[in-house]
Design a protein around this ligand. Structure first.
Ligand code: CUO
Length: 677
């Protein structure tokens, strides 16, 4: 990155005063003054850097400056953990700053930004420090590679005020000849990919245990990715595509090809493509010190499945540990992923991560072509590739296998005695009752932080995304008890019909329910409590500004500071509602008010605290997950015997209504651009 990572965008003209002889890499020493002048022009802020004795970075520097970095490759992962440890181990902020500046000029930039981001998210003294969006640091992970030449052209010929945004067409990676391309707008959405990257920063699977061991992280790995697959399937049904197929046989050719058309600016390479019909192979790459066979994946999966069916796993000491009704899923999540807190990595391996690796290296499994991994090897880019969803459908299937072994929820567990929902509806301004509206929206992002060019200043890329009109839920609830009572409102939506246009079986539909919102309410003891709630308040989303912009406004008090950076994690608000269809896609809206006694967690509640907007997907920093129920409740388990349809599943504290999602193929011009231009 050409901009100093630490300096907020408002104060862009800043340089680091590095002590003594340690200015940039030694090779550039002869031109140091010249460089200092060029980058120091108009300097307003000088950041002094302490002279400290620097830690040994030799292991971390074994990854070349111009190589790509993958969290999924164990050796890279170890380097990441080492660097995170170094950053976390600095006793004061000044020491941390000094070592960061020192590392920045030596370490591979992808590795550096990853480790620095994790450290900033977890150090107590950097809680208020903002992470710039990754789209700005490494725009090449998000936009068509051809764009950068044009951006350079624009910037070198025109002054900042005269530059116009460079438009990225919606369809640039494929055509409709490829069926899968119909859902490219979802896979390639910048906000979705930023969310996924940020989620993995907040929940790294490899680092110091104190960072990794967060409340219910294994379960959240399951739930957040289950919801991604559910949302993708919902989106597919809107586009007349069938639900995504699991990747069951690792020797079968993979039908879905993907040509990302992304460059790596650092490595000066294209991200590798995968042709349709590509096959996976055993991996043997000296360069990555990586060797494993597809049979290892088979073996790990067999052992995981055996453990699920036995209802217990074997830990590192050879002892049996039961997969219990509430805690089993957390053990499985960490074990399947696998995170360093896997209960037994020798036995259950590294199934999910090595699946990413095998797919990411399908084009050069033994490094004979000197190629590196493809988009599946990086959480910042993986969701672009159709195979991501096939892989995560496979992973989710393991979790569902476990969920199918659990006792079904009884009506008593689902119901909330004395609470009855009498009506639910959705209102969208300018639309009929229970109608949702979607359309295309253009937006601009600044590429300049991630590019080193002169003259400097902003250069914008204009991209097109799905969006929806804001809407409101109105829920009428009766409380027949004598007292006020609290409850948790849980709102989900799923397609009503399957691929053939037939009403969905509940046992299939429950896996397609996507969470829209979750919040606590107090109900008066009256016939009708009316609850209204804006869609923008959703428990899974963060606002557009949060996803894409540096936040200019600094938080004002300690409490806000504490939670500030969790803000970057969250489903982008513009992708809350699936696309629907022009004729109107019929979905079912589900609302439930559950009994607070079974929901409440001491000291933590959904959406409470600053920057806890996306608490359902991201949790809340330094707090327990704010909902005691199993994640995905009430749809996470098989329905009780006799329940074949959604209607039969309902208890009085639940309600369902049909909604239509109407898509309009018009493109809305960009909203007001950020105040950073
Ligand atoms: Cu998020 Cu596979 O875990 O990418």
């Amino acid at each position: 990155p050409s901009e100093p990572f630490f300096v907020p965008k408002g104060d862009r003209k800043a340089v680091f005063d590095v002590p003594n002889n340690d200015f940039l890499v030694e090779r550039f020493r002869p031109v140091a003054d010249e460089l200092g002048t060029r980058f120091g022009e108009d300097t307003q802020v000088r950041v002094p850097v302490r002279n400290i004795s620097f830690p040994d970075l030799s292991f971390v520097m074994e990854l070349g400056r111009r190589d790509n970095f993958s969290l999924f490759i164990p050796r890279h992962r170890e380097m990441g953990s080492r660097l995170i440890d170094i950053f976390m181990g600095m006793r004061t902020f000044d020491d941390f700053l000094a070592v960061s500046v020192y590392a920045r000029d030596r370490v591979n930039p992808y590795l550096f930004v990853y480790a620095l981001s994790v450290a900033i998210l977890h150090r107590p003294d950097t809680k208020g420090l903002q992470l710039p969006p990754l789209t700005e640091i490494f725009p090449e992970k998000y936009v068509d590679g051809g764009l950068f030449e044009r951006a350079r052209e624009e910037s070198s010929i025109l002054s900042e005020g005269a530059r116009v945004p460079i438009e990225i067409p919606l369809d640039y990676t494929a055509t409709d000849l490829e069926e899968e391309h119909r859902v490219a707008y979802f896979r390639e959405d910048l906000g979705i990919n930023l969310h996924h990257w940020h989620w993995h920063l907040v929940y790294p699977f490899s680092a110091n245990r104190t960072i990794v061991e967060k409340d219910r992280r294994g379960e959240l790995f399951y739930y957040m990715h289950q919801q991604i697959v559910a949302r993708y399937n919902f989106e597919r049904l809107c586009n007349r595509l069938g639900r995504v197929k699991r990747l069951l046989n690792f020797r079968d050719p993979i039908e879905e090809g993907y040509f990302p058309k992304l460059d790596t600016l650092v490595a000066s390479r294209n991200w590798a493509s995968r042709h349709s019909g590509a096959k996976l192979s055993d991996i043997s790459r000296e360069v990555d010190q990586l060797r494993f066979d597809l049979q290892d994946l088979d073996r790990w999966r067999d052992r995981i499945i055996e453990a699920i069916h036995l209802g217990r796993v074997i830990n590192n000491r050879g002892e049996n540990v039961d997969l219990t009704e509430t805690g089993g899923i957390d053990i499985l999540g960490n074990m399947v992923e696998a995170s360093i807190i896997s209960i037994n990595q020798n036995l259950y391996g590294d199934f999910h991560n090595f699946g990413h690796v095998a797919i990411a290296l399908a084009h050069d499994p033994d490094h004979r072509h000197l190629e590196t991994f493809s988009v599946m090897g990086d959480p910042a880019t993986a969701m672009r590739d159709p195979v991501f969803y096939r892989w995560h459908a496979t992973i989710d299937d393991l979790f569902q296998m476990h969920k199918r072994t659990l006792p079904r929820y009884t009506p008593a567990q689902l119901d909330y005695q004395g609470i009855r929902i009498s009506n639910i509806e959705i209102t969208t301004t300018g639309a009929g009752k229970n109608e949702l509206r979607t359309f295309w929206q253009q937006n601009d992002i600044d590429l300049s932080r991630g590019m080193d060019f002169a003259p400097r200043g902003s250069v914008f890329a204009r991209f097109t995304q799905l969006a929806h009109a804001p809407f409101q839920y109105k829920i009428t609830v009766e409380n027949s008890g004598n007292e006020r009572r609290m409850g948790t409102v849980r709102i989900f939506m799923a397609p009503k019909f399957d691929e053939r246009g037939l009403p969905m079986l509940f046992r299939d539909q429950r896996l397609l329910f996507i969470e829209l919102d979750k919040f606590q309410v107090t109900l008066n003891n009256s016939r009708s409590n009316t609850i209204t709630r804006d869609s923008s308040k959703s428990s899974i989303t963060i606002p557009f500004e949060r996803t894409f912009r540096d936040l200019e406004a600094r938080p004002t008090n300690q409490g806000e500071l504490a939670a500030f950076n969790y803000c970057g994690c969250g489903w982008p608000e513009h992708m809350l509602v699936p696309k629907g269809s022009q004729e109107g896609f019929i979905a079912q809206l589900f609302v439930m008010v559950s009994n607070i006694a079974d929901d409440r967690v001491d000291g933590s509640a959904p959406g409470q605290g600053t920057c806890s907007e996306s608490s359902s997907f991201c949790g809340i920093r330094d707090k327990r997950y704010p909902d005691k129920r199993s994640m995905g409740f009430p749809f996470d388990r098989m329905p009780r015997t006799g329940v074949e349809t959604l209607q039969q599943f309902l208890t009085p504290n639940m309600a369902v209504t049909d909604v239509r999602i109407v898509f309009n193929n018009r493109v809305q011009a960009p909203r007001a651009v950020s105040n950073t231009i």
